[in-house]
Ligand binder design. Structure first.
Ligand SMILES: *[C@@H]1O[C@H](CO)[C@@H](O)[C@H](O)[C@H]1NC(C)=O
Ligand SMILES: *[C@@H]1O[C@H](CO)[C@@H](O)[C@H](O)[C@H]1NC(C)=O
Ligand SMILES: *[C@@H]1O[C@H](CO)[C@@H](O)[C@H](O)[C@H]1NC(C)=O
Ligand SMILES: *[C@@H]1O[C@H](CO)[C@@H](O)[C@H](O)[C@H]1NC(C)=O
Ligand SMILES: [Mn+2]
Length: 637
């Protein structure tokens, strides 16, 4: 009791000290990552090192990427929380705030420090506040639950997701050897080690010739040193199995694949992310299929490791397709496949599933990897169209299962969209012939003077010629008929009225049934497609537009306009055809009434149909080459 008067000050000093250490810890995790200096299965410890980082300096704050800003906001939040509690303490509040690490508080339901963080939706209820902060900062750093990953055994079992038919299959004793290549980009050590462990345990040892790690200049600088040490340890048990390649700058996935492929010596290469766990019997189906046919490029079927709980969920079997922006998505299984009535049969796929296997020499013959592809995104489609057009094929193997850790966000891969846009144009220019405008439409770019540098494509075009690769038209007809081209587009992009060019025609919210005018913002809801037929589609370009797109129609009620699904409007004979020439009025073909806008008194505009008053419209991009483009084509739809 005598100590009571002094207690708050002692407590305060302790809190401040622990805070300094905490901030040091958070920056340490980002900047130094000594975490790495552990033995293979030693649990990771909290590295507490001092750091001179001063988060109060504004310009430093501006330099940080968003995720680190978020950490700092959290720290500040926590500081506010502590000082509040400190006052409580002084007021002799019964509430005490233990600022010590430890699992003591397990019995109590913990306050959520990050109520809005996706990490804690289904996980982490029993973590102390300090543990929550550590877990959250690791999560922001890597995009998945590294805190939990660090605690799970490296050799954990995961559910066997193969169909019963797969278990009955027998594979030849003699199979090709394999070099497994793991590409690393800012992956956590324990996650990489779990990938390595699963591969070593679940691949027949006499077939596993190499395990090559390609580190694409991960930001955690000591990864290389750490991995080199690890390799020495692995070498004692598995001589010369592991190899490490580290890029000196960030190259992107295609070049990382290339580096791995170049270092490989086995018959077959399998290229995987480093945040995976291969499942039982994963390698044999791949190796025996390639033994049968060296021109087939394979993707193991990916199951999902949840980013938060790290539980494995079986994914439904699918092929991997893409849209005209060249974003990948899962496609339904082909009809032919169902006819086989065998759920272990390989699935023909338009593209690879991010991870793939190939005969090493065959991959070289078709140009290995396009190192002109930068950063991340698009490489699966590039490989997909190249393999098919140049004489190979792609299959997904239901009996080969690899669990893939999803990332809730991708730190250190800033601006995925702009990388994708650039890579998509590159693919379009090299491989897509007269269909390349589809990609430009989808990205709402003009065909010329778009200002996007997609690199030198001449050597890849030469390669295509040398290999006598087939056309993209062939690819669409024979491999991917579900990818429907937009035909007869005469204008695309935003649509502005001469009355006020700050406003653009806008679809509005997804559920909207009438168009609005809103301040031009480049949002996809403001892109329109105007067809030669006179149809005016508003909103995001959709390759299956016949099902999903919205057409502007006259509701036939006074001045009002409305949206209807285009296929429905066409089927019902609704009036959906508009006359338009660039810089002119938009008129109803029947009544000659005009689509115009009217100020509503509050500075906004409403769209109306009225007697023409001379308003003019402009659509951003006009298609000039249309006639010649389609003249010789048989309609594909
Ligand atoms: C993992 O390794 C430990 C230690 O070698 C062993 O006791 C355990 O059975 C292994 N677990 C699995 C699932 O293989
Ligand atoms: C495209 O336009 C041409 C020429 O006007 C026409 O013959 C063809 O049917 C149109 N195709 C589609 C799919 O509307
Ligand atoms: C784009 O449109 C969507 C859907 O209407 C909306 O939620 C979003 O806020 C818009 N973005 C911008 C930058 O206006
Ligand atoms: C054009 O006017 C006719 C006659 O009023 C009407 O039935 C039709 O819906 C209108 N169509 C468009 C696209 O405005
Ligand atoms: Mn991945």
């Amino acid at each position: 009791m005598a100590l009571r008067g002094r207690f708050p000050r002692v407590f305060f000093i302790r809190v401040v000290l622990v805070f300094v250490l905490h901030i040091a810890l958070l920056f340490f995790i980002k900047r130094i990552s000594h975490i790495l200096k552990m033995g293979i299965s030693e649990p990771l410890k909290n590295p507490l090192l001092a750091s001179s980082w001063d988060i109060t300096k504004k310009e430093d704050f501006e330099d940080l990427d968003e995720s680190m800003k978020e950490v700092i906001r959290f720290i500040k939040m926590k500081q506010a929380y502590v000082s509040k509690n400190l006052k409580d303490e002084e007021k002799n509040s019964p509430r005490t705030w233990k600022f010590k690490d430890g699992n003591k508080a397990k019995d109590k339901s913990q306050r959520k420090v990050f109520p809005n963080s996706a990490l804690f939706n289904h996980w982490g209820n029993d973590l102390t506040e300090n543990q929550q902060i550590e877990a959250q900062s690791l999560f922001l750093e890597f995009g998945y639950n590294v805190y939990l990953s660090n605690q799970l055994p490296l050799n954990r079992s995961i559910p066997d997701t193969r169909s019963p038919r797969c278990l009955k299959k027998e594979y030849p004793a003699q199979l090709p050897t394999v070099s497994v290549i793991l590409t690393i980009m800012n992956d956590a050590i324990s996650t990489i080690q779990r990938a390595i462990t699963s591969i070593i345990y679940r691949t027949p040892p006499h077939l596993l010739k190499q395990l090559i790690l390609v580190d694409d200049f991960s930001p955690n600088e000591e990864l290389k040193e750490y991995l080199e040490k690890q390799i020495q340890i692995y070498d004692l048990k598995y001589p010369r199995l592991l190899t490490l390649i580290r890029h000196n700058k960030r190259e992107g996935i295609a070049t990382a694949w290339f580096s791995g492929w170049q270092a490989a010596t086995a018959d077959v290469v399998i290229l995987l992310d480093a945040h995976i766990e291969v499942n039982i019997g994963w390698a044999e189906p791949i190796l025996s299929r390639i033994q049968e046919d060296q021109t087939v490029v394979l993707s193991p079927m990916l199951d999902k490791i949840h980013f938060d709980t790290l539980n494995v969920k079986e994914n439904a079997l699918a092929a991997l397709g893409f849209d005209w922006a060249l974003w990948n998505h899962y496609d339904p299984l082909p009809k032919d496949w169902y006819n086989l009535e065998d759920d272990s049969a390989p699935v023909k796929s338009p593209s690879i599933m991010g991870n793939f296997a190939a005969d090493r020499l065959f991959l070289g013959e078709i140009g290995s990897l396009d190192m002109g592809m930068k950063a991340y995104e698009g490489e699966s489609v590039e490989l997909g169209v190249r393999v098919w057009q140049c004489g190979g094929k792609i299959e997904v193997l239901p009996c080969s299962r690899v669990a893939h850790l999803e990332q809730a966000h991708k730190p250190y891969v800033p601006n995925v969209r702009s990388a994708m846009k650039r890579n998509a144009l590159r693919i379009a220019e090299i491989w897509m012939d007269e269909y390349k405008p589809m990609v430009y439409y989808s990205w709402n770019l003009p065909m010329k003077n778009h200002g996007i540098d997609y690199g030198d494509v001449s050597s890849r075009k030469k390669l295509r010629k040398k290999l006598k690769c087939k056309s993209f038209d062939w690819y669409l007809r024979n491999v991917y008929p579900d990818l429907k081209p937009f035909q007869n587009i005469s204008a695309y992009g935003t649509m502005k009225n001469s009355l006020n060019e700050k406003f653009c025609l806008d679809h509005g919210p997804i559920t909207a049934d009438a168009p609005i005018m809103s301040i031009c913002n480049g949002n996809h809801t403001q892109t329109v497609l105007y067809f030669l037929s006179g149809e005016l589609h508003v909103g995001m370009l959709n390759p299956n537009f016949r099902l999903g797109d919205h057409c502007l129609i006259d509701s036939n009620q006074g001045q009002e306009l409305t949206f209807k699904p285009c296929f429905q409007a066409a089927a019902n004979g609704w009036h959906m055809y508009w006359d338009f020439k660039q810089g002119r009025a938009i008129t109803n073909r029947t009544t000659r009434r005009c689509l115009e806008i009217k100020e509503d008194g509050s500075g906004s505009y409403a769209l109306i149909l009225q007697k023409c008053t001379g308003q003019r419209w402009k659509i951003q991009h006009i298609v000039k080459t249309l006639e010649s483009l389609w003249k010789s084509r048989i309609a594909l739809i």
